[in-house]
Design a protein. Structure first.
Length: 323
């Protein structure tokens, strides 16, 4: 649902409800006719209660998953609001049970209705987010696959394998297997929303090993990793965007530093490379990193830290809580 359309529909729902609620309260139920009963004064208090519930209570308790506690708070608000109406506004002098019997509906109806509306729109937002994540993931997957099967890249990879077949034939099968595993990972294993951390790190290992062989004597690669536990899941093809950019846009005879660490479910990836600051297409290779940030916002929300530094060294820092 588009933001403007969603907000417009929400406003219309709220306006129509309040109009209908006031009409029914004043003119359908004669005992609540406003000349005899200060219902309209209470509506202003009721509006405050409803929107405090919508903007503060519901988001807080749902986020913390304190559902039972919220039910008690909801019941308490309804009870005390009804007593306020009976004893302060209407001054009916009736008992607590009589008060609840006659007036509780006036408090419950808007509270329940707008709570339902809040949850409905939250569900729709979640659905939109899921669809957007799938779309972003599909686009990123296709772009990365295209880059791997790009004739120029594939030619370089096959040329590396060919060179090793002549000079180091015993190591050639391992190179073919690494290239095959990575293509398999992109084509099949990365279709899931999340994959095991072990598979993703293995994919990174294969990719870096292949690049080390391909750029041997041209670039110096320092790759370190410290994974304390593989018992976590991660969104596929997240780290490769950072690492691939480093290889693709680093200058000749330069250093590339890659560090991946995991501790207690928190993953850090730091990638540094020397680059040409006068490169005309410098902005173009930032697009992949910007798309990565969009994906992070959709999947990890407030559970990640992402920074890009452009000084003498191009540095990308990513920290996220694993799933």
């Amino acid at each position: 649902m588009k933001p403007l359309k969603k907000h417009t529909s929400q406003i219309l729902v709220h306006i129509l409800f309040w109009m209908l609620f006031v009409f029914v309260s004043l003119f359908v139920f004669s005992q609540y006719y406003w000349r005899e009963n200060p219902f309209l004064q209470y509506v202003s208090i009721l509006v405050v209660i409803v929107y405090v519930n919508n903007f503060l209570l519901l988001p807080f308790f749902i986020k913390k998953r304190l559902y039972i506690l919220y039910v008690f708070v909801f019941a308490a608000i309804s009870f005390f609001a009804t007593q306020l109406y009976c004893n302060v506004f209407a001054q009916c002098g009736c008992s607590i049970m009589k008060c609840l019997s006659d007036y509780l509906w006036q408090t419950l109806v808007p509270l329940i209705f707008f709570s339902f509306i809040w949850m409905l729109y939250r569900f729709l937002d979640k659905q939109d987010e899921v669809e957007q994540v799938k779309q972003e993931h599909l686009e990123m997957e296709l772009k990365f696959l295209k880059s791997q099967i790009n004739p120029h890249v594939l030619f370089n990879n096959l040329n590396t394998i060919y060179s090793y077949a002549l000079e180091k034939p015993n190591e050639t099968p391992e190179l073919i297997l690494r290239l095959s595993d990575n293509l398999k990972h992109v084509l099949y294993e990365s279709n899931a929303e999340t994959i095991s951390l072990e598979k993703e790190i293995q994919f990174i290992d294969n990719y870096i090993k292949f690049q080390e062989l391909r750029t041997e004597g041209v670039k110096t690669i320092t790759y370190t990793k410290n994974i304390k536990s593989f018992n976590y899941k991660i969104a596929p093809l997240l780290l490769i965007t950072i690492i691939e950019n480093a290889f693709k846009h680093s200058i000749m005879n330069s250093n590339i530093k890659i560090a991946i660490n995991e501790d207690n479910g928190v993953l850090e990836c730091i990638c540094e490379n020397e680059y040409n600051r006068n490169e005309t297409n410098l902005e173009s290779f930032k697009i992949g990193l910007q798309n990565l940030e969009k994906r992070l916002q959709l999947i990890y929300k407030d559970k990640y830290e992402y920074k890009i530094e452009k000084n003498d060294i191009f540095k990308v820092y990513l920290k996220l809580e694993l799933l």
